[in-house]
Design a protein. Structure first.
Length: 78
């Protein structure tokens, strides 16, 4: 599923930039401070596994980017 996840990240990044006129990296940075510290360690371990699997498949991402991907609705509409 790495190809599909990579495409979803790409689309979300483009959508974010188009809708907000801010870079995706801004969202990742905000998510890192707002959400990542509040995520249970069990979920962070799961996200870390996803990130490692994606990296093994050649998809460059980070835990903070995956958290941002999932938290984007909170950041965009709140």
């Amino acid at each position: 599923m790495a190809k599909e996840v990579a495409e979803s990240l790409r689309v979300r990044c483009e959508w974010w930039a188009y809708q907000t006129a801010t870079e995706w990296t801004w969202l990742v940075t905000k998510s890192k401070t707002m959400f990542t510290p509040k995520v249970d360690s069990e979920y962070l371990a799961e996200i870390d596994g996803i990130v490692e699997g994606l990296k093994a498949a050649g998809v460059s991402t980070s835990m903070d980017e995956v958290v941002a991907y999932n938290a984007f609705f909170e950041l965009f509409w709140n």
